[in-house]
Design a protein around this ligand. Structure first.
Ligand SMILES: [Zn+2]
Length: 459
């Protein structure tokens, strides 16, 4: 607006109203020409009472939304509440449903959602009054049956939630749910707890969120080019029955919001965020994720925190990160606190922080989950994308990186998740030998850091 240049755009305008526009045009309160411009493809949305089958999904979605807002853990919906919602005529439509749910979530104690007594009796009365209408509609050949409802904790109920949550994510950062846990090891095994009692361990699973490649603005490029794609960045969610641990977060606020939505959609309680190493592109998003999970701890090894502080310093932000991702990085970066003891507990399972020394930068680590044979490798392993070699131009540092790969291999993992991976690649442990081959390749060894990045340009 107000510029002298024409900026081509491709937009679709969706306008909504609950007014009688024909009447408004007739009375001169709505411009007829505007109406004809907008009225290309009218969609009539029936009132809520005429689409009772949508109510369970809407209730579920709204409960989740308001539970999150109220910071409550609600994992199931009371069946009678749902029946009530389906039989009430909702004269105020979706807004009325929304308000009643918001209010009831605030009043709700425990993990099952129900509509408070005062409201439900009012709803019940109205629903009772409405019965005759329902009978009439039955006579007109419409059915009005109340279906049994699966609690949110069941597998089936997971679907609409995640679909809805993902639908709210902006199109440019659609999360790619690249992997599902395949391991069943650790399921139902028993172990003796520290207190000496035998406890039932729950099974663990892992999922990868891949923030797709985004352009980085840089002048360090062949003539005529201004930006270089930053490779996709992975974040791994390791989850038990109820709790979850997240490893690494991407760079930008937008990527981190999409990641947070994805974690919310998992329905898990995020207890911990672990940073595998100090590179900004693996932790700058953490403060944004923590806004959604304020009770989660953000932890790293002390030597990783040292690198983090350098990366988040005003100089590093001003000279490296902000020019590449202008106005995209949070202005309040979170720095991890010391992980004491090198182990994160997840429902009785050990998630072990393993120091790896120098890989693509100093003081890197991986997170090893013996129960499911998983290694979350951070930048110590790459998967289908070029390695960042400019911090390790000499043989000595490359030898350290290779030693780190050997160390991970000795843990005999069944899955290895790289900090940067190509979309669609699986997380096979073979990426360890692929990374080793890349480092040892004669082309890389003979080229300096600048040429190594130029190589990544030309491939
Ligand atoms: Zn990285």
């Amino acid at each position: 607006m107000g510029g002298s240049r024409v900026i081509p755009t491709d937009v679709r305008i969706i306008a909504a109203t609950n007014r009688d526009l024909a009447g408004a045009i007739a009375s001169g309160t709505f411009r007829a020409d505007l109406f004809y411009r907008l009225n290309v493809f009218p969609i009539r949305v029936p009132p809520l009472r005429n689409r009772e089958e949508d109510i369970p999904m809407l209730v579920e979605y709204l409960v989740k939304r308001y539970a999150e807002k109220a910071r409550k853990q609600i994992s199931a919906i009371d069946k009678d509440t749902l029946k009530l919602c389906q039989s009430y005529p909702w004269p105020g439509n979706i807004r009325e449903l929304q308000n009643i749910i918001e209010r009831s979530v605030i009043l709700c104690t425990g993990d099952t959602f129900w509509i408070d007594v005062e409201f439900s009796s009012a709803l019940g009365r109205l629903a009772g009054r409405h019965t005759c209408n329902l009978t009439q509609s039955k006579e007109n050949g419409m059915t009005n049956h109340v279906r049994p409802y699966e609690p949110l904790t069941s597998q089936n109920a997971a679907f609409p939630w995640s679909t809805l949550a993902i639908a709210l994510v902006s199109a440019t950062t659609l999360p790619i749910r690249a992997d599902q846990a395949r391991s069943t090891q650790g399921q139902s095994n028993t172990s003796t707890s520290k207190a000496g009692r035998t406890t039932q361990k729950t099974s663990l699973r892992w999922d990868v969120f891949l923030a797709p490649s985004i352009p980085a603005i840089t002048s360090d490029l062949p003539p005529g080019e201004k930006q270089r794609p930053w490779p996709p960045i992975s974040s791994t969610l390791i989850s038990g029955e109820r709790d979850a641990v997240l490893v690494d977060t991407p760079i930008t606020v937008e990527q981190a919001r999409a990641l947070a939505n994805w974690v919310v959609a998992s329905g898990k309680n995020l207890t911990t965020i672990y940073a595998s190493h100090g590179h900004g592109d693996h932790f700058f998003g953490t403060s944004t994720v923590l806004e959604r999970f304020p009770n989660a701890r953000f932890v790293a090894r002390p030597e990783v925190i040292q690198i983090m502080r350098q990366q988040a310093s005003p100089e590093s932000l001003a000279t490296f990160w902000n020019p590449r991702f202008p106005d995209q990085i949070s202005s309040h970066l979170a720095i991890a606190e010391d992980l004491t003891g090198n182990v994160i507990d997840l429902e009785g399972h050990d998630l072990v922080s393993v120091p790896l020394g120098f890989t693509d930068t100093a003081n890197t680590t991986c997170l090893h989950v013996p129960a499911i044979g998983l290694i979350v490798a951070g930048d110590a392993a790459y998967n289908g994308v070029h390695l960042h070699l400019s911090e390790s131009p000499d043989q000595q540092k490359r030898q350290q990186w290779i030693a780190a790969l050997d160390k991970m291999e000795s843990l005999k993992p069944r899955a290895v998740i790289a900090g940067h991976k190509r979309v669609g690649n699986d997380d096979s442990p073979k990426i360890l030998s692929e990374t080793r081959r890349y480092i040892k390749a004669p082309l890389v060894r003979t080229l300096g850091s600048a040429s190594a990045s130029a190589r990544s340009k030309t491939c």
